[in-house]
Ligand binder design. Sequence first.
Ligand SMILES: Nc1nc2c(c(=O)[nH]1)N[C@H]1C(S)=C(S)[C@@H](COP(=O)(O)OP(=O)(O)OC[C@H]3O[C@@H](n4cnc5c(=O)[nH]c(N)nc54)[C@H](O)[C@@H]3O)O[C@H]1N2
Ligand SMILES: Nc1nc2c(c(=O)[nH]1)N[C@H]1C(S)=C(S)[C@@H](COP(=O)(O)OP(=O)(O)OC[C@H]3O[C@@H](n4cnc5c(=O)[nH]c(N)nc54)[C@H](O)[C@@H]3O)O[C@H]1N2
Ligand SMILES: [Mo]
Length: 769
Amino acid sequence: MGKTVFIGKRSRAAGGWGALKSCGKRLLESGSPLSGARTLLKANQPDGFDCPGCAWGDPEHGSSFEFCENGVKAVAWEATDKRTLPDFFATHTVSELKTWSDYALEQQGRLTHPMRYDRVTDSYVRVGWDAAFAEIGAILNSFDTPDRAEFYTSGRASNEAAFLYQLFVRLYGTNNFPDCSNMCHEASGIAMKQAVGVGKGTVLLEDFEKADAIFVIGQNPGTNHPRMLGDLRRAARRGAKIVVFNPLRERGLERFADPQDKLEMLRGGSSEIASDYFQPRLGGDMAAVRGMAKAVFAADDAARAAGRPSVLDLDFISRHTADFDAYRAAVEATGWAEIEDQSGLTRDEIERAAAVYLGAERVICTWAMGVTQHRHSVITIREIASFMMLRGNIGKPGAGLCPVRGHSNVQGDRTVGINEKPPAAFLDALEQEFDFKAPRHEGHNVLAAIGAMLDGAARAFIGLGGNFARATPDSPLIEKALARQKLTVNIATKLNHSHLMPGEVSFILPCLGRTEIDRNSKGISQIVTVEDSMSMVHGSGGINRPASPELRSEVAIIAGIAAATVGSAKVDWAALADDYDLIRDHIANVIPGFENYNQRVRKPRGFHLRNAAANREWETPEGRATFWSGPLPDAVEHQIARGRDGVFVMQTFRSHDQYNTTIYGMDDRYRGVYGERNVVFINPADLADLGGEAGDRVDVIGRHEDGLSRVASDFRFVPYDIPRGCVAGYYPELNVLVPLSSAGDESDTPTSKSVLVSFRTKARQADAA
Ligand SMILES: Nc1nc2c(c(=O)[nH]1)N[C@H]1C(S)=C(S)[C@@H](COP(=O)(O)OP(=O)(O)OC[C@H]3O[C@@H](n4cnc5c(=O)[nH]c(N)nc54)[C@H](O)[C@@H]3O)O[C@H]1N2
Ligand SMILES: Nc1nc2c(c(=O)[nH]1)N[C@H]1C(S)=C(S)[C@@H](COP(=O)(O)OP(=O)(O)OC[C@H]3O[C@@H](n4cnc5c(=O)[nH]c(N)nc54)[C@H](O)[C@@H]3O)O[C@H]1N2
Ligand SMILES: [Mo]
């Protein structure tokens, strides 16, 4: 027992030489280091491609490449020299490939030819593009209703691909658009729409240069948005306070050595990021934020009693908001004991955080999956918005709400119409532009699509990118759901497990990646466009030769399927696929904010999509920014777990060496774990109580009570600085434990950050035997 060789030192700081070393390694692995380096120099540059990594904004004055270790990994992953050729499929059956790891599958390199599943040989065989399109169209047209088909989107698709996709699907007749954002920032969009009328962040990158305080809640930018660390570091160095709420000590939020800073690199130095680091229990953020609001109200009472001016922005509150009095009453009705218990923080800690808020004229609050993947995420984000409104921190320079998006174009995909509940105005405009009747009934999100596939209501799954089977909860059920389909189609760059759960008829359609040149029939290279977390829309043009001459762009593949399914009477698909400017002209006609799209997107940094809330215009029913005045949840999962013997609440998150279901490597050096992904981070005192030690092997048992039994076998304990009762481990391996039957209220997002589990140690298994 206790073999712990995989637990090592945590990096001293994020970034630094470790990051540079890791990049060199990646580039060497991807093939020619020189072409790899040239590829990188074009990432996020005006005349290059949009980094396929995260959705953080790009700097205005970045004439040199903005260094980012995980951007390097994302680019090297796509620009690899390795190929998954038809021969590969001839020598490996699907049943065999199913036993491979995600890592091993993607290591085979880029897909090169369209492939069709052959049930007799249990393998994928080559198929022609036109034959594939014809068969897909015929099956889609054979259903009694278009609602039998599910059209998934992953957030890497460009605006042009996504717009064409939704147009095709609506012409076909359904709003079934399960989207990766259903598992991601759905709660942010819903809560912000309710609170401020716009479901997107209200800040620009420039605001980070002006903020006096930045609150970072439930986010690990050192790994997932490394370029954000540069902005946080600059803010910290000019004296802005950075307040972190995160159950774990995340290295990137503690210290960062900026590889762009030569002096820092030479001296082996690093900058402190967080001025205050608070470790709430999982799901405790709403209580923590409400506690801060309580402290703000107390400070306000004290100021008034002493005859000083109010600490609130009374002018903002009276001119711009609704329901303030109810909010104040709700906050005052919430007692400190309740707040401390649910947040896992002490009153003193919360008051310290509130003091930073009160001491700052301009505050930004950022958040990500640590906030959005809980049952009560929507009201948590409402609470964050309410708290920010107290001092007018929305719609002024250096202040605002900033949900930091995941996939590089997940926000843009939503903007251009990937939405199972499309607004009526959007459908009206679409109908007018293309002269058809769009379906008006609500479609399926991810959970509804899974339900329909499981119960037989859905008969086809089309995936525009992504890895649906591995990204979703209850992995074994998803395999059943996909296998029941009449048709499964995956448009992809690399092989993954979703492709290995074929329906009756199944295709893998390989597409160009963002780093590759996309030439039309006249030999002209085309650009696509994307939108980042700050609502900046800009162009992206590849610079590498395509991985295979057989590849088609996502746009061309969608156009091919569309022509074969709905015909070209209403839309000349081939013409649009040959000239993306025409697609952009349509977008400009349908979606407000895209006027002169083709001109504006060719300017170096693109253009900003107008955000009403950032201008203090509130597109809510009340016409005002709206406080939310409900109570805290009765109990969040750590409180539920506490009442049950041996039960913990577990979050599933990302290591430093992965991009969602894509595993780049087995290390997580910022957390000191090497060569192993089947791990559970646990508080040392909890581990001692379990009678275990570092490195012990355990089975993790799902304890969600819905009658299903769930086990993740053979994981190993890593003692870590994490609150008691809370544990953590990596997605996607732990998705076998995330229950389909547990979802966020209103958001319907799987609760990947609050899964009830217990442990069966090997010693106990022996006892029981
Ligand atoms: N390199 C890389 N970049 C990526 C991705 C990737 O996989 N790799 N994925 C992309 C995508 S799609 C997304 S959505 C983003 C994800 O970006 P993140 O949201 O940063 O992703 P996670 O790894 O899920 O990390 C969640 C963080 O929240 C903390 N947390 C968990 N639960 C709670 C809680 O209850 N309260 C608080 N306060 N904190 C909590 C965790 O400890 C962890 O630090 O990154 C994007 N960028
Ligand atoms: N337990 C747990 N589950 C989670 C999460 C969690 O934190 N915990 N996070 C959730 C979140 S935030 C998200 S966003 C989802 C992610 O869910 P997805 O977006 O479905 O998953 P990815 O792993 O990003 O998809 C990877 C695949 O995309 C394909 N791909 C890559 N680049 C391209 C391209 O340019 N074009 C096309 N067509 N295909 C491409 C490749 O084939 C690759 O195998 O997972 C969710 N699931
Ligand atoms: Mo995401």
